[in-house]
Design a protein around this ligand. Structure first.
Ligand SMILES: Cc1cc2nc3c(=O)[nH]c(=O)nc-3n(C[C@H](O)[C@H](O)[C@H](O)COP(=O)(O)O)c2cc1C
Length: 194
């Protein structure tokens, strides 16, 4: 069975991003995957201090939740990364995770994992696509495989609209694209595992 991890980059543990990432994971389970959710908002992750120890040793010098998170990601077949839109980009929680993932890249532990992105903003054109692009750029640099929400729509991934907690549940486009992304990630992860 393929394992898919969903990551939530919001400080609001049960906010709109969490809702859409869970929607994608439910769809992944329906498509035959085992899933796990990681909430970056409640994780202890310090910012990268550019000490470059990871370049020399492949290990991070900071001991916090990044170790356990990195191990989990290295063991997964696919990853769905969700972030609220903050000023047209990812949250600081998500960026902190990205910068601290350099040891994973030292040995390309995310190579060939099937990955996709979800972004939620309060406005329909609030920066969902630019936020998803930042996540895609991170994934490219990690040598992961990027998928969108698959045919027939086949766009960027999960694009949600929501302000107050819970409001994204009324956004049909966000729900549908997140569901389709979950299904698409599993579809390709299974093919790669054959
Ligand atoms: C600091 C900050 C910046 C934000 N910037 C944007 C933005 O640029 N575009 C947008 O559409 N929404 C923006 N929002 C709204 C959030 O993206 C929106 O409320 C989203 O649903 C939050 O996701 P969450 O419920 O998972 O925390 C911003 C919210 C905050 C707190």
């Amino acid at each position: 069975m393929v394992k898919i991890i969903g990551m939530v980059g919001s400080p609001r543990e049960d906010g709109n991003t969490s809702f859409l990432v869970k929607t994608a994971l439910k769809s992944a389970e329906d498509a035959g995957a085992e899933t796990e959710l990681i909430n970056l908002g409640s994780a202890e992750i310090e910012p990268c201090v550019a000490c470059d120890i990871c370049k020399a040793t492949g290990e991070c010098a900071i001991y916090d939740d990044m170790r356990e998170i990195s191990e989990k990601l290295a063991g997964a077949d696919g990853i769905i990364m969700g972030s609220p839109v903050y000023f047209g980009g990812v949250t600081s929680q998500m960026k902190m995770f990205m910068d601290r993932s350099r040891p994973l890249r030292a040995s390309f532990k995310l190579r060939d994992k099937v990955c996709g992105a979800i972004a939620v903003g309060a406005s329909r054109n609030g920066g969902q696509e630019t936020t998803i692009s930042s996540i895609h750029e991170f994934l490219l640099i990690q040598d992961a495989i990027i998928v969108g929400d698959g045919a027939p729509a086949a766009h960027y991934g999960g694009t949600g609209v929501g302000g107050p907690i819970g409001s994204t549940q009324n956004d049909d486009v966000g729900m549908e694209t997140s569901k389709n992304l979950g299904k698409r990630v599993v579809e390709l992860a299974k093919k790669l595992n054959e």
